[in-house]
Design a protein around this ligand. Structure first.
Ligand SMILES: Cc1cc2nc3c(=O)[nH]c(=O)nc-3n(C[C@H](O)[C@H](O)[C@H](O)COP(=O)(O)OP(=O)(O)OC[C@H]3O[C@@H](n4cnc5c(N)ncnc54)[C@H](O)[C@@H]3O)c2cc1C
Length: 488
């Protein structure tokens, strides 16, 4: 695989017009060498740790040749060394691993796809439960599917799209369905169908003591796992989802504006946000400012909505420098345009607020955009939620607390050398401070950041107290934890 410098990477992503969601998702989708946790190294060279609690449990320590690969995630920023990695192949093995960790007083982290934006799926000196082997997809009757948390989004699509089924999820190939679902999960199909967590109808969880539970016995647990379940109460080992008949085609519309001032970028953002209130639900749109270059994308998978989209396209073309539309292509192929790299990157990625509309950010947006424009390597992105994400029934049945906030923003910063990292980190902190000081308090837990002091409220809003009661029930001793896990 060709490796890209940051400069080359943006050139490719911009040229192909596929800079969307995380820019890390914008690299070409040719077959790539795999380096993420989804890859399970050769076990024939394994060195067995001295104390193995269960004959079947595969424990990997620092002496094991697989350790180096397994401890790493998608983000090269995190360089942590757990004492033990439990490579689990079943719910029972997860239970044995948790009991072992508990017995040894090891804090337990959980890794499905390894994309946590703060490296919460790995720790120093503790135990990591690695779920990359729990990655099967089974198609059940009635359009339901049973999925292991270690399944990646591309493997999921490859299995169910050919069967004519779709699970609305994120866009990047190597993201794990485990972490994505438990924090919400949005993507190209959420406005039409809802979040990934809204489709999870059953889950199996091993709690902090090593006991196995099904959500069939506890509606409150299912409610909690739909948006509040990432690394908080136990390890999810199996999920059952409702799916939809898969659309067959998709089209993309792309707009670009160059050499923008902060004022001009803000003015286009306002126009775009106002236009997005008329976006058909089969569409999703993203505003991506990378330095002084802006890319806007709209995707659509319902040709019947084309005529409703045309006025928006005309208005966006009038405020940008270039526009183009792709052909209507087969969905399975068009989705791969957004799959991106499965090669780890240096990335600082953070939620930058959920907004109801432009008024929420009008007081500070010029300041924010000015910082983005003057910080090479920094990207500010806003994506549309809304539509079915705001469904009242989904709201009742899930702990995801941001229904009604129809725009989700995030900051991304990429670098090649450690010297660049400090400058980008300082700019990220600066922007997050501006946003917070201007009353933006809601943040998406799947783009978590250790810079959110009030993270309990930012991620979970008024649901935090109710989630604490679930923590008290399933993990009162806080065996399952990361720096921002829910406290009993
Ligand atoms: C390149 C990239 C693209 C992304 N694209 C999107 C997108 O399109 N849409 C979107 O909504 N989000 C997106 N995200 C955010 C993504 O959803 C989160 O980072 C998510 O947490 C990743 O899940 P994972 O399983 O890959 O990560 P992991 O690092 O394995 O886990 C993330 C968190 O979930 C917890 N967790 C994982 N598995 C389990 C389990 N089985 N039981 C209990 N807790 C568990 C971990 O403790 C950790 O806190 C993207 C992130 C990146 C880096």
């Amino acid at each position: 695989m060709k490796t890209y410098t940051r400069k080359e990477f943006f050139k490719v992503a911009t040229a192909t017009g596929i800079t969307f969601f995380l820019a890390a998702c914008g690299i070409s989708n040719k077959k790539k060498e795999k380096e993420t946790s989804a890859q399970v190294p050769d076990s024939s060279k394994k060195v067995i740790p001295e104390k193995v609690p269960s004959t079947n449990l595969d424990l990997v320590d620092k002496k094991d040749p697989r350790y180096e690969t397994l401890r790493k995630g998608f983000n090269k920023r995190f360089d942590k060394y757990p004492a033990i990695i439990a490579l689990c192949s079943s719910t029972e093995e997860v239970a044995a691993a948790i009991r072992y960790g508990h017995e040894k007083s090891l804090p337990i982290a959980i890794k499905s796809g390894g994309h946590s934006t703060e490296g919460f799926s790995v720790n120093d000196g503790g135990m990591v439960i690695n779920l990359s082997k729990l990655n099967k997809v089974e198609i059940l009757d009635g359009g339901k599917i049973k999925v292991g948390p270690g399944c990646t989004l591309s493997d999921l699509n490859d299995t169910i799209l050919p069967q004519g089924r779709l699970l609305p999820a994120g866009s990047c190939a190597t993201v794990g369905i485990g972490g994505l679902t438990l924090g919400g999960g949005y993507g190209l199909f959420s406005r039409k169908f809802g979040l990934t967590c809204d489709h999870m109808i059953e889950a199996t969880m091993v709690d902090g003591q090593g006991n196995i539970h099904s959500t069939k016995d506890d509606d409150e647990l299912l409610w909690a796992l739909r948006g509040g379940g990432a690394g908080n109460f136990g390890v999810i080992t199996e999920m059952i989802f409702n799916t939809h008949p898969a659309p067959t085609v998709m089209q993309g519309h792309y707009f670009k504006a160059r050499k923008l001032t902060a004022e001009k970028a803000a003015s286009i953002l306002q126009t775009w946000m106002e236009l997005c209130t008329q976006l058909p639900d089969s569409c999703l749109s993203g505003y991506v400012l990378n330095g002084s270059t802006l890319n806007i994308i709209i995707t659509n998978y319902e040709p019947a909505n084309d005529s409703k989209l045309q006025p928006l396209i005309t208005k966006l073309a009038a405020v940008t420098d270039e526009s183009k539309s792709s052909h209507w292509g087969k969905l399975a192929i068009m989705l791969k345009n957004h799959y991106g790299s499965d090669k780890p990157v240096n990335l600082r990625n953070s939620s930058a607020g959920l907004y109801k509309g432009y008024n929420d950010i009008s007081s500070c947006i010029t300041q924010v955009l000015e910082k983005v424009i003057t910080t090479p390597g920094m990207i500010y992105q806003v994506d549309t939620l809304g539509g079915k994400v705001d469904d009242e029934e989904f709201k009742k049945l899930s702990s995801y607390p941001h229904r009604g906030f129809d725009f989700l923003s995030e900051l991304q910063a990429y670098w090649d050398t450690p010297a660049q990292e400090k400058r980008l980190a300082d700019s990220t902190t600066h922007i997050l401070k501006i946003i917070q000081q201007n009353g933006i308090t809601r943040q998406y837990v799947n783009y978590c950041s250790i810079e959110f002091n009030d993270w309990e409220n930012a991620y979970y809003g008024e649901n935090y107290k109710r989630l604490q009661a679930v923590k008290q029930k399933y993990d009162p001793d806080n065996n399952i934890r990361h720096p921002q896990s829910i406290k009993a």
